[in-house]
Design a protein around this ligand. Sequence first.
Ligand SMILES: [Zn+2]
Length: 82
Amino acid sequence: MEHQCDEIFKKIVLLLDNELNQEEKDWLRDELIACPACLENYEMEKDFKEMLCEKLKCMESCECNEEQLKSKILSKIRNREK
Ligand SMILES: [Zn+2]
């Protein structure tokens, strides 16, 4: 399968949501090792998710829209790659 950073990023999101099976996890780990850009995306998404969880913990009525934040981050990643 051809390496596509956008596709990998979708898998990263699933990984962090614990929605990948072991086989997919192993495959994704190899892809991350092979591609510094994807590894960076993984670190960023992981930090983002941790930050979000903390935010939700301390603010019950958080007005942040997770999807909006994600699309912002995604567009940042895409702009950087150009
Ligand atoms: Zn990549």
